[in-house]
Write a protein that binds this ligand. Structure first.
Ligand SMILES: C[S@@+](CC[C@H](N)C(=O)[O-])C[C@H]1O[C@@H](n2cnc3c(N)ncnc32)[C@H](O)[C@@H]1O
Length: 255
């Protein structure tokens, strides 16, 4: 399976060093998955493999898949005994179907939602389950608005790489691709960013790279400062930066 054709923009070391909250705050999703010893589980968009390892610790036979070579390399280094493969969630090609597909914080990076849902359905056995968490509509809404306003004002053409559906929209995607929704929930999750002063800047560098790529090099610093200024009234509490996350959790079963 080939990796991400758009190229690798993930800095896996930085992800593990500064953004561990992404998997730490979703660790209870493993309880929702409730993996059983011996079950075949696919961790889709596994990143550096920490949740994959928690699934393995419950005795499941888990495979982590990610489109980023940098993420897969660090996952293998972090957990040399586990199976990790480079691949694209839109084009899964496994010979034996899985009992469950699990995914945290990955599917909102893939706007081709129908392709992914069809690909997941194809990889599950009949009655197999999908358990996922992703950004919901309105996720990082203030940050997105600040990016749009700042880049619009400077006439920088940008691409919004994020796909944040609501429960009804995403439920419809799954249903038309052969997956029955059993539960869907949207909720707010404010997250304090790791570094007290540089937290927002580091978050933007990690997760808003696609937005900021078209900014001319000479303007990058000023753009960052402007973004911080716009966000300070809402997301700086005097001691730390916060991100205004909103999540969608779904459990679905293959028809
Ligand atoms: C924020 S990270 C989350 C990683 C991990 N699930 C966790 O909880 O730490 C998002 C991951 O989605 C992966 N991803 C993005 N597009 C993908 C695709 N088309 N196929 C597979 N993985 C993809 C990225 O490479 C990245 O590792």
């Amino acid at each position: 399976m080939a990796g991400n054709p758009k190229g690798d923009r993930w800095d896996s070391a930085l992800y593990d060093d500064r953004h561990a909250f992404v998997w730490q705050r979703s660790a209870d999703l493993i309880d929702v998955l409730n993996p059983q010893p011996g079950e075949r589980v696919l961790d889709l968009g596994c990143g550096t493999g920490h949740l994959t390892a928690q699934i393995a610790a419950r005795g499941a036979d888990v495979t982590g898949l990610d489109a980023s070579a940098s993420m897969i390399a660090l996952a293998r280094q972090n957990y040399p005994k586990l199976k990790f493969v480079l691949g694209d969630a839109r084009r899964l090609e496994f010979d034996t179907p899985f009992d469950a597909v699990f995914s945290n914080a990955a599917l909102h990076w893939i706007p081709e939602a129908d392709e992914v849902a069809a690909s997941i359905a194809k990889s599950l056995r009949e009655g197999g389950r999908l358990v996922l968490e992703m950004g919901a509509r309105g996720n990082v809404g203030r940050i997105r608005k600040a990016l749009e306003s700042t880049l619009d004002a400077r006439r920088v053409p940008y691409v919004n790489p994020w796909y944040f559906p609501d429960a009804a929209e995403y439920g419809a995607v799954l249903e038309r691709n052969g997956l029955m929704v059993r539960a869907a929930e949207e909720f707010d999750r404010k997250v304090m960013l790791e570094h007290p002063e540089k937290g927002m800047r580091e978050w933007l560098e990690m997760f808003a790279g696609t937005w900021l790529e078209p900014v001319p090099a000479a303007e990058k610093r000023a753009v960052m400062e402007e973004l911080e200024q716009r966000l300070r009234p809402d997301l700086w509490d005097g001691a730390a930066w916060w991100a205004d996350y909103r999540r969608l959790r779904v459990v679905a079963v293959k028809r």
